[in-house]
Design a protein around this ligand. Structure first.
Ligand code: ATP
Ligand code: MG
Length: 443
């Protein structure tokens, strides 16, 4: 340990000139300073090939008999996952990845791990997901894991660009709240000074309040659900993309959501060609329109197939899910029974047993829920009571409606659910940086 420490160099005045991916044969002969992690070391006779991994990609470093003695000596100390700086010259080399390598004149060893990672950088050794999550930050050093989060970043930037273009403003709503949004079952209680409070399970009520002034708002932020079960598609803390807009109904919102998904799928596919290749996934192409079925139609079809379902059931039983899986791709289920949706979804005027709510599915997985909202304070109060909630707890919300509220509609979409679809991952934990579930609160 002491020996390793004393072998370390200081960063000093070295600063990066290029990322690995900036280099190509065109840089032949240029002086470069690179930083990164040692992904692999291959010794071939008197020549050492070192693959350096930085946040953008990989680059080959070559140490041969002409390299300075100091660099050669330091090479002897290096192991995988060492953090280093390399000063040297780029050299066009046909056989190297991307046709270029770097011949170092100086090397700085910035960190040497005291522990050997339980997996290699390129996914040849695959430890269990649990083990990977225990040291998630190390897991994410691996290019094919990092790729998922580059795609995530592209998707989020796509969502922002799409909504910004359409006049939405990005908002933030409180995560420390005094009452449930949709009922108390799935809330995390916390101590707020000397009072009981909760972590927000949805920005629903706040985004509705905000449309009364801003008309078009969205939030990309955490939601907290204290669901006791552990599944491959639920997290206790997840990121929700919440959109709300005034002077529209659920049909407009379904149009918007469909356009949004097509836009981010296309954009991330184009922006992240390398990342999709790394994870071995062909980017999705979404050509046709998403299907739109009423709950009644789905209900009748399931009934006709002999699948057990009662009017008002959600579509999450194992048997229903295996039927939905067969539908393939994205589709909407709309016009749900009012009793199966939250109190803020607007019942149809001519048939109040049915509401203007929808869910977006990909196969059997729910991706988003939305609808036209109740905009009358009076109706909202009676819907609260019908849903078994106490209007007194929602005083702060109902009061806003007393000052008037425009017609409005919106949706909430699980970012991780969308990412599971885009990156074709079966387990939601794969697409979350530091997933939280009933049995995991660290790291
Ligand atoms: P599900 O029935 O799948 O549990 P939900 O109907 O309870 O979802 P909503 O309250 O409608 O969820 O939340 C809107 C969206 O947020 C969902 O469509 C889903 O994409 C996402 N979402 C909800 N809960 C979770 C969770 N625990 N983990 C990950 N994503 C979630
Ligand atoms: Mg839902």
């Amino acid at each position: 340990m002491e020996a390793a420490k004393s072998a370390l160099d200081e960063l000093g005045d070295w600063r990066r000139t290029h990322y690995s991916t900036d280099l190509s044969p065109r840089n032949d002969g240029e002086e470069v300073v690179l930083f990164g992690i040692v992904a692999s070391i291959r010794r071939q006779g008197a020549i050492n090939f070192l693959i350096l991994s930085d946040c953008k990609g990989l680059i080959q470093i070559v140490i041969d008999s002409k390299t300075s003695q100091d660099v050669v000596r330091k090479m002897g100390v290096l192991k995988r996952h060492s953090y280093i700086g390399v000063k040297g010259r780029a050299r066009a080399m046909e056989k190297a990845p991307r046709g270029v390598e770097v011949v170092p004149t100086e090397l700085k060893i910035l960190s040497i791990p005291s522990k050997d990672p339980p997996f290699d950088m390129f996914g040849r050794i695959v430890p269990s997901l649990e083990k990977r999550l225990d040291i998630r930050a190390v897991d994410m050093r691996r290019p094919h894991v990092k790729a998922i989060f580059k795609i995530r970043d592209s998707v989020i930037r796509g969502i922002r660009a799409f909504l910004c273009e359409r006049g939405f403003i990005e908002v933030n709503t409180p995560k420390l709240i005094s009452s449930a949004t949709e009922g108390g079952a799935a809330l995390f209680p916390i101590l707020y000074y000397d009072k009981e409070a909760f972590l927000a399970q949805s920005p629903q009520l706040y985004k509705e309040q905000l449309v009364s002034s801003f008309e078009r708002v969205y939030e990309i932020g955490p939601i907290f659900r204290a669901e006791k079960f552990s599944t491959d598609r639920h997290l206790s803390e997840s990121i929700s993309v919440d959109v709300e807009m005034a002077y529209v109904d659920y049909n407009d919102v379904m149009d918007l959501l469909e356009e949004l998904i097509k836009y981010v799928v296309k954009r991330s596919g184009e922006e992240c060609e390398d990342e999709f290749r790394l994870i071995g996934v062909e980017p999705m192409r979404l050509d046709g329109a998403f299907g739109r079925f009423s709950y009644g139609e789905v209900f009748e079809e399931l009934r006709a197939k002999g699948v057990p379902i009662s009017w008002g059931d959600d579509l999450s039983s194992a048997q229903i899910r295996s039927e939905l899986e067969g539908m393939g791709g994205f589709f909407f289920v709309k016009d749900w029974p009012t009793k199966s949706k939250a109190f803020y979804i607007k019942p149809k005027r001519d048939d109040p047993k049915i509401c203007e709510g929808f869910d977006l599915f990909f196969g059997s997985m729910e991706i988003a829920s939305g609808g036209t909202r109740v905009d009358s304070g009076e109706l909202l109060r009676s819907r609260l009571i019908e849903s078994g909630l106490n209007p007194a707890s929602f005083r702060y919300h109902l009061e806003i409606f007393e000052y008037g509220m425009p017609p409005h509609a919106g949706f909430g979409m699980g970012l991780e659910r969308l990412l599971m679809v885009i990156t074709k991952r079966e387990n939601i934990r794969e697409v979350a940086f530091f997933p939280r579930d009933p049995s995991r609160l660290i790291p």
